[in-house]
Ligand binder design. Sequence first.
Ligand SMILES: Nc1ncnc2c1ncn2[C@@H]1O[C@H](COP(=O)(O)OP(=O)(O)OP(=O)(O)O)[C@@H](O)[C@H]1O
Ligand SMILES: [Mg+2]
Length: 523
Amino acid sequence: MSTVISPSARAGARPPRVEARRGAPLVALMVLAVTAVAALAFWDERREAAVRLDEFALDQATIARSVASELSTRLASLRRDALVIAESQAEGRRAPATAVDGRIAPVMRAAGAPPPSPTGTSLLLSVPAANGMILDLQVAPAQLLDEARHAERPGAVRVLLARLGTGELRATDGGAVTSAPIARGFAAGESSVWLSRAEAAELGLPRRLAAAGLGTIDAGPFGRWGVAVVSSAERVRDHEQRAKWRLVLGVLVAAGLVFLFGTAALRRQRRGLLLERELSLTALSRERDGELATASRAATMGTLAMGVAHEVSTPLGVIAGRAEQLAGRVSGDERAARAVEAILEQTERIRRTIQGFLDMVRGEARPLDDASPAEVLGGAVALVEHRFAAASVLLLTDAPAGLPKIRGDVPMLQQAIVNLLLNACDACAPGGHVAATIESDGARVSFTVTDDGAGITPEAAARATEPFFTTKPRGQGSGLGLAITSEIVKMHRGSLRLAPNAPRGTRATMTIPIPEGESHVPA
Ligand SMILES: Nc1ncnc2c1ncn2[C@@H]1O[C@H](COP(=O)(O)OP(=O)(O)OP(=O)(O)O)[C@@H](O)[C@H]1O
Ligand SMILES: [Mg+2]
């Protein structure tokens, strides 16, 4: 992780538009939940209704099969009676009353003779008898479906009799009826068929969906017969309608509950967001207040520093003047001459540094020189060597040959590097290592100071260039070192980067751009 030093990098309050948008997912979730509940309930109701209708049709088919089985019994006994009658007639006897039973009108005819036309609503049944004769019987449909008539309910259930293969379809009162779906159902061997509203109305049933259960039998010489039990699905449909209303009511109640709880949750969330916003605004204003206080302290200190610089320059001038006087007098004593020279050098350095700070505080441009990066680093290292020796921290430098020159204020750049080196030295325990290296990519020159010390936290890295920010014990650090370095770097249009160094320690990199057209010029 690396942190580019910039005060604006600190987080501010979240924009209100973003906060307003945070309620939207809850509303969407509520709508989704209600839609899902409604869809599920609707799907379940549709499935239930389909099952109920299937069961209804199945019931009609069962009734039709039982009526058909009764019809089969009746036709079998009719056939027995017809044979007894035929035998009696052949022998010239009266047929037993039990066989005739007053319900049938038996007539014998030769096999080739045309059958008589049925009277009224009767059905004509023919049975082959002895001597090539045929016995014709006329039977009312009600006689064949005596029991089944009880299953009929006017306006709700009808029982119909079909002679399969002839297209003949009769009601229990003998009246002829037509129904295309029932005829198709018998032809296709279905056990039940559905009748539309119009088809149900044609059969005298309510204008609602109806189901016809179909049962078929094979009555030997009387042919194949079919029984249709047609029932209006009115009650099933009414039940379905009621279920639909219950469903709508259920969904409305569920939606009401979801929206009730959702709105409560939304309100609570909104209150939380408002509180969070207020807190972040308070934190922001506190942070701003802190920044303002720091800035005003820095301004005061700047003024103070200017005053101090002004006051120091006078005695400094005296020291330099006296040293120059001394220089003439100690010309024979080489050791004393070197000491005087050192005094003059250091007073000049102090003067230039003070002048640099004053220019910086006043925002004035400083005269810039072409400088060799290696010399800049060498000068800075020379100023701190004694501190490293005292702290027993090993300082290594690496400045490759052929580096391009940079343009800048050499004492100021050295001061910036000195601050980085001192921080690295302070972070190391005795025996620690610090490396100061230079590299260039042709467009920039980077001075990197790496240590294997305590390391820097991301929070400290983010605030390190703030004036007066220090983690050092009182009296050991003013928190101005990196603030000054950062100003010097800015003055040279460069950048400063602090980052944890793997596996431990800190890496501080100060990058200064190479003036255009000079990137090829080796130092
Ligand atoms: N190499 C480093 N290792 C660990 N922490 C560092 C390093 N360099 C800077 N810091 C952190 O940044 C803070 C600010 O550094 P800065 O140089 O501005 O002030 P200081 O060193 O505390 O005091 P001053 O330099 O004024 O004596 C330090 O207190 C320290 O917490
Ligand atoms: Mg420092």
